[in-house]
Ligand binder design. Structure first.
Ligand SMILES: Nc1ncnc2c1ncn2[C@@H]1O[C@H](COP(=O)(O)OP(=O)(O)OP(=O)(O)O)[C@@H](O)[C@H]1O
Ligand SMILES: [Mg+2]
Length: 256
């Protein structure tokens, strides 16, 4: 009996290990995700069956016409919204089965979110803005961690400036530092360069590329500009709430 159990074990263990490795390889796995907004009597179908896979360490752009469902999709990826139906595996775990605490944990610790309009508090300094996501922690070393994050985006020297004293590009870098302060494995950015001139856009994209290549952070960003998308490895095209096309820009060997 005992010997038999021993014989069975390695095979099962190997299978489980392989399964885990396969799942660990994908950060995002969506299957048939739908999102219907109820507006009084009217239903708006924002997403109508999105299935896609984003692997660890990838940098991906999402493009598509206005109203095609890009932000809706990003909000679901960031656990800011829940799908009407479908399955979302984040790092191999079904998000739909998470309770509120587990969702908050993923949202706060695993994912950094960046918006087109920066969403900084106007009256507080860059450093204080970056510290915000740390309020749930034990409070120790907050300022230090905020300064480190600001350093990563080249803004340590602006730590005591308020948003109104910073350029648009600098404000977005503060927002990136805020997204980084909890060391997320995934960064989601919804039109991060939408309010920026092309020089600032390129600076932001350079920072994203660094975070992706050097720190291995998986990055998904929405953009209307092909020039911005060309910084990434792959473009996912969305239309009418569906993935309609995909374009591979760089393969493994081309990614530095
Ligand atoms: N909170 C909401 N309530 C009702 N309808 C919504 C809501 N948010 C989005 N929609 C609708 O869902 C559809 C998809 O919107 P979404 O914001 O995801 O598009 P988008 O691709 O991000 O567009 P844009 O490029 O203009 O940002 C649109 O028809 C929109 O009007
Ligand atoms: Mg949008």
């Amino acid at each position: 009996m005992v010997r038999q159990a021993h014989h069975e074990r390695p095979g099962k263990k190997l299978l489980n290990d392989l399964k885990e490795i396969a799942l660990a390889d994908s950060v995002i796995e969506l299957e048939n995700i739908t999102r219907v907004y109820q507006m009084g009597d009217i239903q708006v179908q924002a997403l109508s069956g999105v299935s896609t896979l984003i692997k660890r360490g990838e940098m991906v752009a999402i493009m598509g016409p206005s109203g095609s469902g890009k932000s809706t999709l990003m909000n679901i990826l960031g656990c800011l919204d829940t799908p009407t139906s479908g399955s979302y595996l984040f790092e191999g775990k079904e998000i739909g089965k998470f309770n509120d605490d587990q969702l908050a944990e993923v949202r706060n610790r695993k994912i950094g979110f960046i918006f087109q309009s920066f969403n900084l508090l106007r009256r507080t300094t860059a450093a204080a803005n970056v510290e915000l996501p740390l309020v749930y922690g034990n409070g120790r070393g907050r300022r230090e961690r905020a300064l480190k994050a600001l350093e990563r985006v080249g803004l340590a020297h602006r730590a005591n400036h308020k948003p109104s004293e910073l350029s648009g590009g600098e404000q977005q870098r503060v927002a990136i530092a805020r997204a980084l302060v909890n060391n997320p494995s995934l960064i989601l950015a919804d039109e991060p360069t939408g309010n920026l001139d092309s020089r600032s856009s390129n600076e932001i994209m350079d920072i994203f590329c660094q975070l992706n290549k050097k720190d291995g952070i998986t990055l998904v960003l929405v953009t209307h500009e092909r020039d911005v998308a060309l910084f990434t490895q792959r473009i996912i095209f969305v239309k009418d709430g569906k993935v309609v096309n995909e374009e591979i820009l760089k393969t493994g060997s081309e990614i530095r």
